[in-house]
Design a protein around this ligand. Structure first.
Ligand code: ZN
Length: 272
């Protein structure tokens, strides 16, 4: 068994590659990332886990209950998604999907390959505006564009080699399921690093601005989240930990992308 684990570890080290998941855009995010697992594996796992979760939400009668709310969320996502081309042209072909889940938690997420969910708690408890909702979804989409979950899994594998071993033991079919669980766990439950948060903030405000949503809403959104802190902080804050310089960074970057917002608003007005 020890030799077997050694063999897998060699495979993982050999399979590690440095990638540039996104182009810089106006906000200029350009950090290189080390990946030990392929996008294909992670995305396939995400799709499987997502389908399962939405199926369970459906069974509990918690999926897309309010047609107007669903239409609102889908409308905002539909404006954000085309803007992803600025950062990575392949994202246009991703199987983007969003659902509204009836859960009283302040939370939203985007799994790899664009599988998203917004909880009713986020919409209701924050009395969220369209611009703020675009800020949340822009931030979540940015995590997916940067493949932060894949990167986090790669970092875990560096120390544990867990997926490779499980995959080799259980065979390909089980591997997909196993990775699906890991991807869902990392995306939904594990806190993201400050670096990942900053990248998602910066790319998020640019996506929102290009889609014609006021990028400053990211600032009011995080201020609302912070005010909700106290004894029962929003679940969103546990997986997206804030840091003291976040608001200052968001203010600076939302200012930088204002011309994109103004030009998007301008062309929308011309189109009317
Ligand atoms: Zn985040």
């Amino acid at each position: 068994m020890r030799a077997f684990i050694g063999f897998i570890a060699v495979l993982l080290v050999a399979g590690c590659q440095t990638v540039e998941t996104t182009k810089g855009g106006t906000v200029g995010v350009d950090r290189q990332q080390r990946m030990a697992v392929s996008s294909e594996e992670v995305n396939a796992g995400a799709q499987k886990a997502y389908a399962q979760m939405m199926g369970e939400a459906q069974k509990k009668n918690a999926l897309d209950r309010d047609a107007a709310q669903v239409q609102r969320v889908k409308g905002i996502v539909a404006r954000l998604v085309p803007q992803t081309a600025t950062f990575r042209p392949d994202a246009a072909k991703w199987p983007w999907e969003v659902h509204v889940i009836s859960l009283d938690e302040v939370n939203a997420w985007c799994m790899p390959a664009g599988k998203m969910a917004v909880y009713t708690g986020l919409i209701n408890k924050l009395q969220i505006t369209d611009d703020e909702l675009a800020a949340v979804m822009g931030h979540e989409i940015a995590h997916a564009l940067r493949e932060h979950s894949r990167e986090q899994i790669s970092q875990q594998m560096g120390t544990q080699a867990a997926i490779g071993i499980a995959g080799a033991l259980f065979g390909i079919g089980e591997l997909g399921q196993g990775i699906g669980n890991v991807v869902a766990d990392v995306t939904l439950n594990k806190p993201k690093s400050r670096t990942h948060e900053t990248e998602a903030d910066r790319i998020g405000v640019e996506l929102a601005a290009r889609a014609g949503y006021d990028p400053h809403a990211a600032v009011s959104l995080w201020e609302k989240m912070a005010r909700m802190g106290g004894s029962e902080p929003p679940q969103f804050l546990s997986t997206h930990p804030s840091h003291e310089s976040r608001i200052a960074d968001l203010k600076a970057y939302s200012e930088r992308v204002m011309p994109l917002y103004q030009s998007a608003k301008g062309s929308a007005a011309v189109g009317k």
